[in-house]
Design a protein around this ligand. Structure first.
Ligand code: PGA
Length: 250
């Protein structure tokens, strides 16, 4: 079945109000030019409200980069799903490898966040990916299986179709070392098989690739059968480059 491509920009801890204005303007134009594709931006928390205001009625989706699973409480520094919804977010990135690596994110906390985002009526973008050491020691498949099963452990099979998965090999993030289209396709196909095994309507789930996606490699990646989009870090901060990524294979 045809899955609607998604081109997502993860701004990480970058961005100012002026850059937000420039990027939202470019994304709005690109999204209008490609009505069959989803364009999504994930600015830092402090820029979400401003981005939402700038988006107006343009078909640009707004995502947060993380969320807490509790509805409210004494959790200094955290934000809840309802807070993100109030500011206009429809998507939340969960379990990014930088959260796993630097902030103690585990498969169990990914599962809590994913369940909370779905319960709030938003869409989680659940990130998985192996480190270089794991790949070189032949453990990629096992790591991906553990992360996919673990991250989706608290949702029922019916909710799988409402999630997005992002495969982001850690060794390809911010390194300029992109996975070959074949390497990425192999893991994407594995992930789709896992989702089917969990009872989900796997052919409806979008699986994004992330890790050094650039204007000059997006076409080959997007030509793969199971790559349904891209989660883009560095290149999403450049209006021209991200516009080109949205217009892949044109
Ligand atoms: P990158 O980041 O495109 O800068 O490699 C991707 C990501 O971490 O989502």
């Amino acid at each position: 079945m045809a899955r609607r491509p998604m081109l997502a920009g993860n701004w990480k801890m970058f961005g100012t109000r002026s850059l937000t204005k420039e990027l939202v303007t470019a994304c709005a134009a690109a999204a209008r030019a490609e009505p069959e594709r989803d364009v999504l931006i994930a600015p830092p928390y402090t820029l979400l409200a401003y981005a939402r205001e700038l988006i107006g009625d343009a078909p640009v989706l707004l995502s947060a980069q993380d969320v807490h699973w509790e509805a409210k409480g004494a959790f200094t520094g955290e934000v809840s799903c309802d807070m993100l919804k109030e500011v206009g977010c429809t998507h939340v990135i969960i379990g990014h490898s930088e959260r796993r690596q630097f902030f103690g994110e585990t498969d169990a906390s990914v599962a809590d966040r994913t369940a909370a985002v779905l319960a709030a009526g938003m869409t989680p973008i659940v990130c998985v990916g192996e480190t270089l050491q794991e790949r070189e020691s032949g453990r990629t498949e096992a790591v991906i299986e553990r992360q996919v099963r673990g991250g989706l452990a608290k949702i029922d099979a019916g909710a799988i179709a409402r999630t997005i998965v992002a495969y982001e090999p850690v060794w390809a993030i911010g390194t300029g070392k992109v996975a070959t289209p074949e390497q990425a396709q192999e893991v994407h196909a594995q992930i789709r098989g896992l989702l089917a095994g969990l009872g989900g309507r796997a052919d409806e789930v979008r699986i994004l690739y992330g890790g050094s996606v650039k204007p000059d490699n997006v076409d080959q990646l997007m030509a793969q059968a199971d790559i349904d989009g891209a989660l883009v870090g560095g290149a999403s901060l450049q209006a021209d480059g991200f516009t080109r990524i949205v217009r892949f294979l044109r």
